[in-house]
Design a binder for this molecule. Structure first.
Ligand code: AN0
Ligand code: CP
Length: 317
């Protein structure tokens, strides 16, 4: 594997899960792979889990790690070509990227949708410039349209907890005060389709995701109806995708919050969320603290998905 940005980069899914479970049982078994190799992690946005779990994965593999928070201490970066740089940005991304490539063997990038231009976000302008100009393998640590390390960890978690071959998995929109990217739900949909679960999506009207991620997936606008018989409830907020509302918050309706009453409609489902989560907006205290909540093992599996991805990249160097 050279780059890891979408589900298609993981190849055979059953094989990937098998490898993940092997790595989980023997996470220091590949320490030789990363000897004298350096991972550079670039953050354009905040992070707790991705920052820690990806560093931990690199350490498991014997790598050295450098972390750069672009907005803290680095030069402000211009990202557009053709701009007369007489403003507040002293450096251009087109020099910064190849320079970063000089100091490492592998690059991880976190760069969220900016909601300034749907075309820029959905063409993955920033991530693709890293792929094109760094000269290094690049993996997504959540880009504008996808969060594949999260979805891979979600898949591993569902495989560990499922009690039937083809569980019912429900992705439900839930309210949040701020405009959040579609990366997590896009990616989750893409991975759940590939996993061939009984997968449905529920959200209010106006929150339809890009069809390239949800094609063929039933969209049920009645949340109670969608939750019936669910084995896994995956809650997430996202801002509107469809024009003319791209990037807007259309609803903060707390009737969509996942509560004990909502969970009672399910088949005693497990509750999942990528975190960070706003309690009593997305999910009630009672549900997230219940024995059915698997948000912590889900987060723990971020170390495993990152270890598998870095292991495969190292094997290809
Ligand atoms: C981000 C998002 O919704 O994409 C990161 C989630 C992993 N969440 C927030 O910004 C709160
Ligand atoms: N789930 C996730 O990616 O969390 P962070 O934003 O804290 O990295």
């Amino acid at each position: 594997m050279r780059n890891f940005t979408t589900v298609s980069d993981i190849g055979d899914m059953r094989q990937a899960v098998k490898e993940a479970l092997e790595v989980k049982a023997n996470r220091f078994g590949y320490k030789h792979l990363g000897e004298n190799r350096t991972l550079l992690m670039i953050f354009f946005n905040s992070s707790l889990r991705t920052r820690l779990s990806t560093q931990k994965a690199a350490l498991n593999l014997g790598m050295n790690v450098i972390v750069l928070d672009v907005n803290q201490g680095a030069w402000k970066l211009e990202t557009e070509r053709g701009v007369i740089m007489d403003g507040d940005k002293p450096e251009h991304l087109l020099e910064a990227i190849p320079v970063m490539g000089c100091y490492c063997d592998v690059i991880g990038v976190r760069s969220f949708a900016r909601f300034e231009s749907k075309a820029d976000d959905y063409s993955e302008k920033i991530l693709n410039q890293f792929i094109k100009y760094s000269g290094r393998p690049v993996f997504s640590m959540e880009a504008a349209t996808r969060h594949p390390l999260q979805s891979f960890a979600d898949l591993i978690t569902i495989e560990e907890y499922k009690t039937k071959q083809r569980p019912k998995v429900v992705l439900t929109w839930a309210p949040h005060p701020k405009a959040l990217p579609q990366a997590v739900p896009n990616s989750f949909a893409e991975w759940m389709r590939a996993a061939d679960y009984d997968f449905v999506i529920t959200h209010p009207h106006g929150y339809e995701l890009d069809d390239q991620f949800t094609r063929g997936v039933p969209i049920i606008y009645d949340q109670d109806e969608a939750l019936k018989g669910a084995d896994f409830v995956y809650a997430k907020n996202w801002a509107a995708y469809a024009d003319p509302n791209y990037g807007k918050v259309l609803s903060t309706d707390r009737a969509w919050t996942i509560t004990t009453e909502k969970m009672a409609l399910t088949n005693n489902a497990y509750f999942m969320h990528c975190l960070p989560v706003r309690r009593n907006m997305i999910v009630s205290d009672d549900v997230i603290e219940s024995p059915q909540s698997i948000v912590i093992p889900e987060a723990a599996n971020r170390e495993i998905s990152a270890t598998v991805v870095l292991k495969r990249i190292l094997e290809s160097l």
